[in-house]
Design a protein around this ligand. Structure first.
Ligand code: TRP
Ligand code: SF4
Length: 360
């Protein structure tokens, strides 16, 4: 019995597709929450870079995949994910995910995948890539493997991923029905099921507009990156759209319908917020001034991140080693689950004498 943990904290697992440098929307909508879960000390946290999932849409050109993973990792470390507290790893370095994906693909009815709202929506909206692939349809099956292979209890994600977690629960139930656990469990969960049903930990995501007022998104080109230096942040704020009713400096405005007002609500102090609210509604302040305060607030959030990032940018090998150590730890946890899975399916790797050899 090596290193038996005395207290089992509930396990949290989440992942991000490796799509390159992260923006403020990724931070507010996911990463910030992950850092808080990590720092609460109440969970055993696993966070991973879903580079195989990135291939479901970007399979035709893989030249950026690895660099994108590194960029994501640097942003994670910059934002405060800490290898002393969380396991950080990369999906493609834990081949057990693929093994479990194959097994799940055998028991997942096609109808579940064809009905998946993200699938339908993306097939309708994305036309510059051919998404008529097996991998794209199977996206949530791989995601289920990602989650269940760690027997995770909680999955912090945004609303857009809730359907995928629901599908994960259905796959877990179906697996548990077909294949009751055999042999001693490793201790997680008191019942005889291989997979617990994970719960969504819905990330409270405030509306974070990009510079054009639409939701901040890489595909809209309206993003403020976590790596944007102060002058770039200030420049982007200058071009940001405001309350369209406030045409002249003397027109009163409404911060509740202004994207800059939204930024203040997320990042500014109560005092600044009060100044913005009163000043905007009475035309006591101008948009230029108001935007400079918003930029101040953003710079205050980004500056400590960028300082931490610098350390790893100068020592990229240190960052890579963190990912490798995390991946080794993830392989160990995954392999333990796969042993349970193989044994439940009566396909363990251990030698067994053929049934009919036991002559009677
Ligand atoms: N599908 C998720 C997204 O696009 C990324 C992801 C892949 C994930 N596997 C996961 C998230 C497992 C949570 C758990 O954001
Ligand atoms: Fe928006 Fe600020 Fe201008 Fe009001 S003063 S419209 S909140 S930018």
């Amino acid at each position: 019995m090596a290193h038996a943990q005395t207290i089992q904290l509930p396990r949290v697992l989440s992942g991000m597709r490796s799509t390159g440098k992260l923006h403020l929307g990724n931070y507010v909508g996911a990463l910030k929450n992950w850092v808080e879960l990590q720092n609460s000390g109440k969970y055993d946290c696993f966070f991973f870079i879903a580079d195989w999932h990135a291939l479901t849409t970007d399979y035709a050109d893989t030249s950026r995949v690895k660099q994108n993973s590194i960029d994501v990792l640097l942003d994670w470390l910059a934002a405060g994910l800490d290898p002393e507290k969380s396991v950080m790893f990369i999906q493609s370095h834990v081949p057990q995910h693929a093994e479990l994906f194959v097994l799940f693909s055998m028991i997942t009815p096609l109808g579940w995948l064809e009905r998946n709202p993200t699938y339908k929506e993306q097939r309708e909206n994305i036309h510059d890539k051919d998404l008529g692939t097996f991998g794209f349809l199977g996206y949530p099956v791989l995601q289920a493997a990602d989650i269940l292979i760690y027997q995770a209890n909680f999955v912090p994600v945004g609303q857009d991923q809730a359907a995928h977690v629901e599908l994960t629960r259905e796959i877990a139930r179906r697996f548990n029905q077909f294949y009751p656990a055999r042999g001693a469990r490793t201790g997680r969960g008191a019942d005889d099921l291989v997979f617990p049903e994970p719960q969504v930990l819905l990330t409270p995501s405030p509306k974070l507009p990009g510079t054009d007022g639409r939701k901040m998104s890489k595909s809209y080109g309206n993003q403020i990156l976590l790596t944007d230096p102060e002058p770039v942040v200030r420049q982007k704020l200058k071009t940001m759209v405001t309350d369209p009713a406030r045409v002249r400096r003397t027109d009163p405005g409404n911060p509740d319908v202004c994207p800059v007002g939204d930024l203040h609500k997320i990042f500014s102090s109560q005092a600044t917020l009060a100044k913005v609210d009163a000043g905007c509604r009475t035309a006591g302040i101008g948009c230029i001034e108001c935007k400079s305060w918003a930029a101040d607030a953003l710079v205050q959030v980004l500056d400590p991140m960028q300082q931490r990032r610098q350390h790893y940018e100068q020592n990229p090998k240190v960052a890579w080693d963190i990912l490798e150590a995390g991946s080794a730890r993830a392989r160990q946890a995954s392999e333990a689950t796969m042993n349970e899975v193989r044994s439940a399916m009566q396909m363990s790797k251990a030698f067994e004498a053929p049934h009919d050899a036991a002559a009677g």
